[in-house]
Every structure is written in structure tokens, then in C-alpha cells.
Design a protein around this ligand. Structure first.
Ligand SMILES: [Zn+2]
Length: 188
């Protein structure tokens, strides 16, 4: 798939219902622990306790829920968050993520797209930022877990190529700000 192509083959079971788009102010990035986006999308589609908006890997993206629908990406932090899962075993080191730069790039592309759509800053929220109540930008499941915002125990991504992600995020965010946000093309 091209970056702007997504599959709608799978949906979600777990949801907190509908919300106004403007309620979503922060993109949260995750790591599935599994090998493929398709495997995670299929698995999560029937889970009563977990769901996200987008799942990506090197070659594919699955849009499982619109941002107007609250997902179950982090135990108790879903009302103001948009969740993006990246396929990748938890054993991966930073060097593995660099080999899978296409997954990192696809995740950054969708993160940038959502931030520009939502008119939110390209700002990384640290644990301290989250503890201060800051909710505008992007962060990780890991940071939410270590912050006072959540009682989640999941820590993902485990090890991650943050500089590479930030490089792509800057590039795509600037492009979308300047040229507008590209529409998603649905593929089978
Ligand atoms: Zn997670």
C-alpha cells in the first residue's frame, strides 16, 4: 500500500462511544508485539478490552475506527486520545526499528495527518508534561503509563527509534500544514 492507502477490512469491538472530533487532542503511538498489522487488526477486531484507530507495518495500514469514535487503546486514557499501533515484536532493538523504517515512517505519516486535522501542535508530551496536565500533541503508551494520567501497566513501545520518528513527523507535518491533509484512499 501507498502511505495514503488504508484497509477497512477490520473494525473494533471495544469502544467508549462517539465524541466530537475536537475532544481528540493527542496522538498516542504503540507497539503491538506481533509481526504484522493484519494480525493485530484481526485480533483486536474482536477483543472486548482493546482497540485502536490505525494499525501499521512496513507495507500496510488498517483504519479500524474513525477519530470520532473513542477506542480502548490505553486502559483509562481514551476520551482525548487517538491511538496508532505499530507491528513489531517486543524483542526489537532500535536497530530493528531502523531496518523497519517503513513502519516508523507510516506511523509518523498518520500521526502528522491527525495532528494537522485536529489543529494540534507537533509536540512530544513527556511524562512531566502529562503530569502537568498537558494534553495537546503526541506521546507514547509508555509515557502515559509512567505518568499520573493513567493507571495502565503496559509499557510500549519498548525500545524505539524516536529520532527517526521525529524526523519523519516533522517532514510530514510541515508538508500537510503547507499543502493540506491528503484524503485516505480505501483499498480492499
Ligand atoms: Zn500500547
Amino acid at each position: 500500500m501507498r502511505l495514503d492507502e488504508v484497509s477497512r477490512e477490520f473494525g473494533i469491538t471495544c469502544s467508549g462511544g462517539k465524541r466530537a472530533r475536537s475532544d481528540a487532542t493527542c496522538v498516542v503511538i504503540h507497539q503491538t508485539g506481533g509481526a504484522t498489522a493484519r494480525g493485530a487488526a484481526s485480533y483486536l477486531s474482536t477483543r472486548p478490552d482493546g482497540s485502536v484507530h490505525i494499525i501499521v507495518d512496513d507495507t500496510e495500514a488498517y483504519l479500524t475506527a474513525p477519530i470520532s469514535r473513542i477506542a480502548c487503546g490505553v486502559k483509562d486514557v481514551n476520551a482525548w486520545t487517538v491511538h496508532i499501533e505499530q507491528a513489531g515484536p517486543f524483542s526489537w532493538r532500535i536497530s530493528d526499528w531502523k531496518k523497519h523504517w517503513r513502519t516508523v515512517r507510516r506511523c509518523a505519516w498518520h500521526t502528522a495527518r491527525y495532528l494537522v486535522i485536529l489543529n494540534e501542535p507537533r509536540r512530544s508530551l513527556s511524562i512531566a508534561d502529562l503530569n502537568r496536565g498537558q494534553r495537546h500533541g503526541w506521546t507514547t503508551h509508555r509515557n502515559l503509563t509512567y505518568s499520573t494520567a493513567s493507571s495502565s501497566t503496559h509499557v510500549d513501545p519498548v525500545r524505539y527509534a524516536y529520532p527517526l520518528f521525529k524526523l519523519y513527523l516533522r517532514k510530514f507535518y510541515r508538508r500537510f500544514e503547507k499543502n493540506g491533509v491528503p484524503p485516505l484512499k480505501k483499498v480492499a
